[in-house]
Design a protein around this ligand. Structure first.
Ligand SMILES: NC(=O)c1ccc[n+]([C@@H]2O[C@H](COP(=O)([O-])OP(=O)(O)OC[C@H]3O[C@@H](n4cnc5c(N)ncnc54)[C@H](O)[C@@H]3O)[C@@H](O)[C@H]2O)c1
Ligand SMILES: O=c1ccn([C@@H]2O[C@H](COP(=O)(O)OP(=O)(O)O[C@H]3O[C@H](CO)[C@@H](O)[C@H](O)[C@H]3O)[C@@H](O)[C@H]2O)c(=O)[nH]1
Length: 438
């Protein structure tokens, strides 16, 4: 059993804290946000993540998990310190390292004896060495420490499953003993261990996200070609994905990727390459295609409405950047709704988890938690997030509520032929409208 402090209680910090407590370690989670810590201490989970609330509650009750704003106490009581603070992107594409630097400087001042500092946040190459330097500069007296880069690969919505079933565990350090201790700590979760130098570990994280984003932009461009030549991108993706070398995952065409990671990490990786005097051309195109995909979709919605969105009532189903989360960071739905509003549309939205958070971000949009209520009198229903409950929609009921039976599906959730049978004009991404394939 190790005593672990986790700095930062965002997605990664909370999931890390709960999962390490679950496998028997004593975990104290620290945040500078006193309101968040107060709520967490009362058992309130500030994010929507399936299973996280139960995991937090049982481990809090067992005394293995606690929350505090007192970094000094948390650090002094622990031997392993995970850093899981935010690393947003600045306007110029550089990674904003303020949260990391702030955490490390406080850590340096508070350390009483040897600690292993494990970097979970996604950070630019060279950060492990910079942490070492900030630590040495910040310490009032020399106290030994080790730095280990251990990037996080969890996905929102399946974060707990991902932590307990990792594809791989990347551990990058110059300190073999510290690396081994971190490896042992995670052995209970399984996953193939990749031991590297710190720089390679830091790059593996960005490379993975950039590659997955590239797969999405690739299939989205294929979808755009499919539309021009009358092919079906879902069949193209299936035919490609059955090749083991390609694989079926991340070939779902639609309105492009969003979220707190891909948009920010692709831009950061582009900048990291630029700073190293390298123009990462593919990545530049991946980002550009993703932006264009949202714009193309707005054109598609406008075209389906006869070329004019002014004064039209549009319902958008799905606000979160993907299902099973209430995260709205860089959610495609937000851009699409704002663009439709700019074209004069009146938008009503539905999301089962993110509606109330979204209200504050979308002035003039009624954000509801009932898909049918949101669709009343709609001239078009736009699907922006593939929430599972939408698969169970009663289309007869929907048809009786809307002003026009028109669905523009940015996530290709339904078969075009079936939708036509149900009496809807159905427009999706990269697939013929009707007749569909036999
Ligand atoms: N969200 C994900 O799914 C995911 C997955 C893998 C990796 N990552 C990476 O993990 C990191 C964290 O992401 P997130 O989404 O959990 O972040 P977040 O922005 O949601 O949360 C960061 C938290 O850190 C706290 N914080 C900031 N400075 C602090 C300090 N000095 N001391 C204590 N707490 C402090 C903030 O108050 C906030 O609660 C990022 O680098 C991100 O790229 C995120
Ligand atoms: O075929 C696909 C797959 C995904 N998406 C979109 O891509 C975005 C990201 O999806 P996903 O990767 O499932 O979600 P995240 O929770 O952002 O997870 C990514 O970002 C995390 C933060 O770095 C990493 O840890 C994960 O490994 C990585 O998958 C979402 O908008 C999805 O709708 C598609 O458009 N098509």
């Amino acid at each position: 059993m190790e005593r672990i402090a986790v700095i930062g209680t965002g997605y990664v910090g909370l999931v890390t804290g709960c999962c390490y407590a679950e496998i028997g370690h004593e975990v104290i989670c620290v945040d500078i946000d006193p309101d968040k810590v107060r709520r967490l201490s009362l058992g309130e989970i500030p994010i929507y993540e399936p299973g996280l609330g139960e995991l937090a509650a049982s481990n809090q009750a067992a005394g293995r998990l606690s929350f505090t704003t007192d970094l000094a106490r948390a650090v002094q009581d622990s031997s392993i310190i995970f850093i899981a603070v935010g690393t947003p992107t600045l306007e110029n594409g550089e990674v904003d390292m303020q949260q990391v630097r702030g955490a490390v400087e406080t850590l340096a001042r508070q350390m009483n004896d040897y600690k292993i500092i494990v970097m979970k946040s996604t950070v630019p190459v060279g950060t492990s060495r910079r942490i070492r330097q900030w630590m040495e500069e910040g310490q009032q007296r020399p106290v030994p420490f080790s730095v280990v880069s251990n990037p996080e690969f969890l996905r929102e919505g399946t974060a707990i499953h991902d932590t307990f079933h990792p594809d791989r565990v990347v551990i990058g350090s110059d300190d073999a003993d510290a690396a081994l201790r971190v490896e042992r700590l995670q052995a209970a979760f399984g996953g193939e261990v990749v031991r590297t130098d710190p720089e390679s570990a830091e790059l593996i994280k960005y490379a993975s996200n950039a590659f997955l984003a590239a797969k999405i932009s690739f299939i989205n461009e294929m979808a755009n070609v499919c539309e021009k030549v009358g092919a079906d991108v879902s069949l193209v993706a299936r035919g490609m994905g059955l090749d083991n070398r390609i694989g079926p995952k991340f070939l779902q065409a639609g309105i492009g990727y969003g979220g707190s990671c891909f948009p920010k990490d692709t831009r950061a990786q582009l900048k990291i390459a630029q700073n190293a005097d390298y123009d990462f051309r593919i990545l530049r195109a991946v980002i550009e295609v993703n932006t264009l995909q949202r714009e193309r979709f707005v054109e598609k919605v406008t075209a389906a409405l006869g070329g004019n969105a002014t004064g039209r009532s549009i319902t958008v189903w799905g606000l979160a950047f993907k299902p099973n989360t209430d995260d709205l960071r860089d959610a495609p739905a937000l851009d699409i709704i704002r663009a439709l509003q700019e074209r004069g549309a009146v938008v009503t939205a539905y999301d089962p988890a993110a509606a109330s958070k979204a209200s504050a971000l979308l002035p003039g949009v009624r954000c509801l938690t009932d898909p049918y209520e949101a669709a009343e009198n709609a001239e078009a229903v736009v699907i922006a997030t593939d929430w599972e409950d939408l698969r169970r929609i009663d289309f007869d009921r929907l048809r009786s509520l809307v002003r026009k039976p028109l669905i523009i599906d940015g996530r290709n959730m339904f078969a075009p032929a079936e939708m036509a049978e149900k009496g809807f004009t159905y427009v999706s991404v990269g697939r013929p409208a009707f007749p569909g394939p036999v």
